[in-house]
Design a protein around this ligand. Structure first.
Ligand code: SAH
Length: 205
């Protein structure tokens, strides 16, 4: 899987490729899906949600440009697979999941594979996590109609956010950079298809 990410998709960030080698993806899906866990596709995880395609996890992680000293906020924990990758790249990861049962399962899973630097909570991530803000990096792994304002506010100067923006059916990966003077620079990347970001600053339902 990791060789394909590098050769076929041109993922070049060595730290991202190493993190994806280190984290066993099959442990994040149900047993009957283990045989498919290293193929390049999204898979169902219950509660009508999916674990993202490995290429999309790799590309988002690469676009985010995470350093070992960074504090990262993730919205949309899902299985915790992307959370585990971020935890390998950053100092500390805070992750928010709207569906309580997914958050609980992710907490157990991350603990059982021994990932210590992660904190997961169950609430609407579109409002951010003001108690532990600001963040050097923010990653949103569900599809937003536009970037939630609280998330831009909770980025520290020089910080970056990556988020799929568009309609409910198709989106583009968008990267935001908060400039030291307070302005924001926006850059569009490739086309993706995520499940919707549902919440106060996302889709209504
Ligand atoms: N990154 C995950 C997959 C994410 S699927 C993985 O690696 O497994 C998108 C997730 O976002 C779903 O679990 C969904 O419940 C969650 N979600 C949707 N809206 C949300 C919101 N407002 N706040 C937090 N999580 C949300």
């Amino acid at each position: 899987m990791v060789e394909e990410l590098e050769k076929k998709y041109g993922i070049a960030d060595r730290r991202v490729l190493k993190a994806m080698l280190d984290i066993p993806r099959h442990l994040f899906v149900r047993k009957h899906l283990w045989a498919q866990a290293y193929g390049d596709h999204a898979l169902p995880i219950g509660a009508e949600q999916t674990i993202s395609q490995p290429f999309v996890v790799a590309r988002m992680s690469e676009m985010l440009r995470v350093s070992p000293e960074h504090t990262v906020l993730e919205i949309g924990t899902g299985t915790g697979y992307q959370t585990a990758i971020l935890a390998k790249l950053a100092r500390r990861v805070y992750s928010l999941e709207r569906v309580g049962e997914l958050a609980r399962a992710a907490i157990d899973r991350l603990r059982s594979i021994g990932i210590p630097n992660v904190k997961v909570q169950a609430f609407d991530g579109t409002v951010g996590w003001s108690e532990v803000a600001p963040f050097a990096r923010i990653l949103v792994t569900a599809a937003a109609p536009s970037a939630p304002k609280p998330l831009i506010e909770q980025l520290r100067p020089g910080g970056r956010m990556v988020i799929p923006e568009g309609s409910r059916e198709e989106q583009r990966l968008v990267s935001y950079r908060k400039l030291r003077g307070g302005g924001v620079r926006r850059e569009e990347g490739e086309a993706v298809a995520f499940v919707p970001l549902i919440g106060r600053y996302g889709w209504a339902s």
